[in-house]
Design a protein around this ligand. Structure first.
Ligand SMILES: *[C@@H]1O[C@H](CO)[C@@H](O)[C@H](O)[C@H]1NC(C)=O
Ligand SMILES: *[C@@H]1O[C@H](CO)[C@@H](O)[C@H](O)[C@H]1NC(C)=O
Ligand SMILES: *[C@@H]1O[C@H](CO)[C@@H](O)[C@H](O)[C@H]1NC(C)=O
Ligand SMILES: *[C@@H]1O[C@H](CO)[C@@H](O)[C@H](O)[C@H]1NC(C)=O
Ligand SMILES: *[C@@H]1O[C@H](CO)[C@@H](O)[C@H](O)[C@H]1NC(C)=O
Length: 506
């Protein structure tokens, strides 16, 4: 291994080059995304969720896999990936820095199967709020974050429209956390494409106060099937028409119909063509790797990647696009008027009045007033107990009614707090008799440390800052603002390490 002065220069030269080219944040203005230099940003993306470890799904924690795949992202001319699930217990620096060095941004879903709003039985509570807060704090430090998806296809047909009230409240609160920490990253929604609900769903996420609205609207769309399809028979024309006066950016958060066999991706020319780029901001193909549902552009086997015919077709279509857009300085959105909230009806059961921000302090406080509580947190008779008690007395404080927009003061506490509130209220109504706190042995009397919950009702939490839950070494955990110069420095440091590695290997 001969030491060479010119190679050292090369290594240092590339360090300087990368430092000068450090990725800049993309921002939203009106209905469009912009690079720092004022050029409009169109998403050229894929959805990225290769599953290496089913018990710990997190492609951004796999530095080697991520670097392997970036080579393919470059072939596809990508500037963004959407990742559905990562774990807050992992470190993501290596992958995020490698993506940044390749000019690729991240759109990240906040929810996971464990921490999400269940469309069939929607609840938004302290547990989900705290999880979301940790997630956005952990990722907002990366300069190549593009935004957060605060819900994916939660309301997906007319039977579960009320779930959107909880999703919108969650989005509002994640926006609040970012704003409090002075991070300007958008939090939006990704919708399915269901003709029964599209109109109301689109309006709902874009209506009301600016602080309550989704910052962007993604559509998971599978209408363009086969290479003979056209702009009008795919229905893209109608989708476009729905959004011409929409107040926030719109893009395809998933696209790529597979029902007509090998995908030719002729829709790419439509998505990045003038007709659509006036209104929309590009899209992401579902999905990078084959995961058993035939949507993969590549097949991953161990550490090797095999591209498919779909991949080659997408690559040649992506090579042809050149969306023009507008420059930020010449773009003065006439207004960002909110949409009108849909009327609550049988077909749309989510009021414009959203659930409150969950408050751990209020829930902790009311817990101190309980006189009767479950013996075990995971008692399976909770539903039955609540049904019994709330059939006999008013459970307003723990109830939530998205149809009428009424939410009890403890309705965002976790399930244990809610059932203990009911048990205690019931026991109290029976003068705390022993029989009133039994429920076939599920409940037992407990000692309250306070006998009034009056002061609990107005308790709100302070928003956590920084990313104390992060295992990352490049973050400052105590600062109250998430400062972008910290990761920029970290990125520089990692490039330096990479350069030294290169130089050592020569
Ligand atoms: C602005 O920045 C982007 C991303 O670095 C780049 O692709 C584009 O060419 C730049 N535009 C101008 C006008 O320099
Ligand atoms: C539910 O919330 C209470 C009080 O806020 C807390 O003490 C308890 O640990 C929580 N339980 C679960 C299972 O998260
Ligand atoms: C949401 O709507 C469904 C269907 O109408 C209903 O069964 C469910 O109880 C509602 N959930 C809430 C929290 O109101
Ligand atoms: C909404 O409130 C009204 C009046 O209190 C009540 O009659 C109705 O049942 C509520 N609707 C739902 C769906 O809970
Ligand atoms: C107690 O158990 C009996 C028999 O399993 C059941 O029918 C009843 O509903 C239970 N009572 C309560 C209050 O949970």
């Amino acid at each position: 291994m001969k030491f060479s002065a010119s190679l050292l220069c090369l290594a240092l030269g590339s360090l300087a080059l990368v430092a000068a080219d450090a990725i800049e944040p993309v921002t939203v203005k009106g209905t469009k995304f912009f690079y720092k230099n004022g050029t409009q940003f169109f998403m050229r993306g894929v959805d990225y969720q290769p599953v290496k470890d089913k018990n710990n799904p997190d492609p951004l924690a796999d530095g080697d896999g991520c670097k392997r795949d970036i080579a393919y992202f470059k072939q596809l001319n990508l500037n963004v990936i959407r990742v559905y699930e990562v774990q807050t217990t992992n470190n993501h620096d290596e992958c995020m820095n490698a993506l940044a060095a390749a000019g690729i941004y991240l759109l990240l879903d906040i929810n996971t199967p464990k921490y999400s709003i269940n469309r069939a039985d929607p609840v938004y509570d302290t547990t989900l709020y705290q999880y979301g807060m940790a997630k956005v704090n952990m990722f907002s430090k990366y300069p190549n974050m593009l935004g957060f998806v605060g819900g994916n296809e939660v309301t997906n047909d007319k039977t579960n429209t009320n779930a959107s009230a909880y999703v919108k409240a969650f989005i509002r609160d994640m926006k609040g956390v970012l704003a409090k920490n002075k991070v300007s990253l958008p939090v939006g929604y990704a919708a399915n494409d269901d003709l029964d609900i599209n109109t109301n769903l689109q309006a709902y996420f874009a209506c009301g106060d600016e602080t309550d609205r989704a910052d962007f609207y993604g559509i998971n769309i599978y209408r363009w099937c086969g290479s003979d399809t056209t702009f009008s028979d795919s229905g893209y024309d109608k989708v476009l028409a729905d959004f011409t006066n929409y107040p926030v950016p719109v893009f395809f958060s998933e696209y790529g119909c597979i029902t007509a066999g090998v995908r030719k991706f002729t829709e790419v020319q439509a998505i990045y063509g003038k007709e659509m780029t006036d209104t929309m901001s590009g899209g992401l193909v579902y999905e990078y790797s084959e995961e058993g549902n035939n949507y993969g552009l590549v097949k991953i086997d161990g550490n090797s990647v095999k591209t498919t015919e779909d991949f080659s077709n997408l690559k040649s279509e992506m090579a042809k696009i050149n969306p023009k857009g507008v420059t930020e300085s010449s773009y003065n959105p006439s207004s960002s008027d909110a949409a009108t909230c849909p009327q609550v009806s049988k077909d749309w059961q989510a009021s414009a009045t959203l659930p409150p921000t969950p408050s751990q302090s209020a829930c902790d406080c009311v817990s101190n007033t309980f006189t009767c509580a479950l013996k075990s947190d995971d008692d399976s008779s909770v539903g039955e107990i609540l049904g019994f008690i709330c059939g006999k007395m008013d459970c307003g404080p723990i109830s939530s009614n998205p149809y009428n927009g009424t939410y009890g003061v403890y309705s965002t506490c976790n399930a244990t707090v809610k059932v203990n509130w009911a048990l205690s209220a019931y026991a109290k109504s029976a003068k705390n008799s022993a029989e009133a706190c039994d429920f076939n042995g599920s409940a037992q009397k407990v000692t309250a440390s306070s006998d009034s919950d009056t002061e609990c009702k107005t308790k709100t939490d302070t928003i956590s800052s920084g990313d104390s839950s992060s295992s990352s070494s490049s973050s400052s955990s105590s600062s109250d603002a998430i400062v972008l110069s910290v990761p920029a420095f970290a990125q520089l440091a990692s490039v330096f390490v990479a350069s030294v590695g290169l130089y050592a290997a020569l």
